[in-house]
Each structure stands twice: as structure tokens, then as C-alpha cells.
Design a protein around this ligand. Sequence first.
Ligand SMILES: Cc1ncc(COP(=O)(O)O)c(C=O)c1O
Length: 392
Amino acid sequence: MTNFKEERSRYGTYSTQWDYVQDRFGEKNLLPFTISDMDFTIPDGTKDVLQQAVSKGFFGYTRWNHPDYKESITTWFSKQFQTQFAEDWCIYSPSVIYSLSVFISLLSKKNEKIVTFTPCYDAFFQCIAQNQRKLISFSLSENQGQFEIDFVALEALLATELPTIFLLCNPHNPTGRVFTQQELRQLISLCNDYQIALISDEIHMDVRRPNQCHVPILKLRDQIKVPVVLLSSPSKTFNLPGLGGSYAVVPDAALRAAFLAILKGRDGVSSIPYLALLATMDCYNNQEKWVINLNQVIDRNFKLIQKKLVTELSLPFQIPEATYLAWINLGQQPFTMEVLQEQLVHSEKVAIMRGDTYGREGKNYLRLNLGAPESKISEGLDRLIRGIKALK
Ligand SMILES: Cc1ncc(COP(=O)(O)O)c(C=O)c1O
């Protein structure tokens, strides 16, 4: 079993978060709480599977289109979310953002509009812009730390803007919302009424607080009368984005064929990296217990930060429903976020994501990555609190 308590150096692994922190924060050797990967090693069982494959040394072209791969995905959804779909709906893709880009091109035309809840995962901005589509932001409303959808305002926006695609991120990065079945039903109903295709990015589906129930969009498939795709990957849950690989679940046969034609014919990226194939199957077939343990660790980290922010700074902090990302509202503090970043980077030597990375709604926030051993989280929090106190 992975030791979730042990801090092990990730330096020298070409890690974006550790080795290249200077690219984003301008300084080397900062303690990083930045992009969303974790400081934990992958499950031991999966490591063994990969080690055996490496020692055999065969790395020829590999195939993902077989029941071993596709059933590992359908079984995971069935067990974790009581959601069933046909094995044939599953298609390998190099990354979630690659799939998003291709489905944007398939489901909309140049200059058409795509709506998403903001703040949002920053790669959405670029992906939409580089496809020459127009982003229409719909701000989630914050009510005492809880983020909500104002459906009346949303319908008014859809009726005026007439977008082609709704890009849903559920659970939501960076707010950590797990949208309820009721919210999803309302959203689907609007998409049906205004003929808006639905792309649901569910990469954060497995890391949730106890009692939070994730509803995959395809669980509500019977109610959806527009094109719909679900995008996901084991990469966030099991901390293996460096292996590559993700998948799309696509109910419509013609849309699947169109995606495959691009994956294979146009882009030539349909051969799954062998280690990604093995890791996906092992994680989904054998590592459920690991996810339970991970979630307990993340829960403890959230409780720690909530306690420290309240006791040290009298700062209320609402633990999010999902993700290992803390979205901290510093709107009431007597300094700007620019000044705070200077203090954190230059004096405290800590790198924490600025909230405005995720859109203008994030202007007064920090996004702190809690996917790390408690000792590192504690050290990072101490530096954050010291930095804030120094400015008060
Ligand atoms: C919501 C969301 N989607 C997608 C990704 C990236 O997925 P991939 O690396 O498979 O493109 C991330 C990574 O942080 C994410 O938070």
C-alpha cells in the first residue's frame, strides 16, 4: 500500500510541479501546491504490474480496443456510480483536453459559442479559443462558501446567447462542487430546450468527501435529447498523468466514428501507451481500496486547513464536496493578491495558484493543492498563514 504519510522528493523526475516551478512563479526551490497532480506514488500493485512490463521490455504498438480495457472502465462506473453503459461506447484518447478539443470541433462550428461555469479549469479557456469558438462564462454564485447555479439567470443567458455546447465540469474544478442529480436534471432540461450539446468532463469524479455521491451525466442518459459525451481518466484519481491516456464515453455511433476517424486518421494517436493501458486496467480492476485510503487522507488535510485558517486567521473555510483542491476566499483581507503572491514567493518560498488563473471570479482566491502528505500540507499552511499575518 502506498505510504500516504511519507514525504518523498519528486525533484529530478521532470516534474512540472516541482522541477519547473520557476516557469510560473519566477523562482526555483519553492514548496509547490500548484497544478493538479499529487505527491503520492501510484498504488503498489499497479507499480508491480508496470515493473513486470518494463522488465519484459516489449514496447511495440498496442491496442486499446478490446474487452480487457473497455470493461475495466464500464466496471468502474458500474461499481462506483451504479451507472451502466455499453463497452463499445468507450474510446481511448491521449488526454481529456485532446478529447475536448476534438468534440468541440465535431459538435460546433467556427465562431459558435460554448458555455461553461466559471471560475473554471484554465485549460478550457485555451482549448475553446484555439478552436476559434467563443467562450460564454456563466458565474457560479457564492453563498457563504457554497457555489450554486442560478438557473433563472442561466436560462436567460442561453436564450440570448444561443450556444452550441455546454461544457460541464463535474465535480467542478476549482470550486469542488459535486452537482446534484436535481441540478443535472435542470441543466439537461435546458440543454434539451435550447438544443445545446453536452460535454461532461468528469476527471475529478473519484476524489470526494464522505457521503458525496457523484452522478455521471450518462446515468441520466434517458433524459438527454441532444448529443452528449463523458470525458474522464484514471489520471487524477491514481496520480498517473505522466503515463498519458484517458477515455471518452460516447453513446452515439456516428459521433464515435467521427471521433475515431480524427484520432486515428487525422491525428495518428490511436495507439495507447502500453504502460497507460496496463495502469488503467489495474487501477480500475484492483485499486478501489487505494482510493478509499486516499480520500481519508484528503479529508484529514481539508480538516487541518479548515481548523488552522479559523484558529490562526479567523478565516471561515468551507470544505469542498470533491477534489483535492482548496479554493480559499481571501476577499476580506486588507491587501491585494499581487502583494500576497510577492510575500508568499519571495519571503515564504511557497507556490500556491492564484485564483485569477481560473477566470475573473477567482480574483480574490487562492487554489491550494492538498494532494500531499499531511506534513507538507502543514508546512505550506504555516507559510501561508505567516505570509498573510505579515501583511495584516
Ligand atoms: C477539470 C480538468 N479536466 C482535465 C484536466 C486535464 O486532463 P488531461 O491531462 O487528461 O488533459 C484537468 C487537470 O487538472 C482538470 O482539472
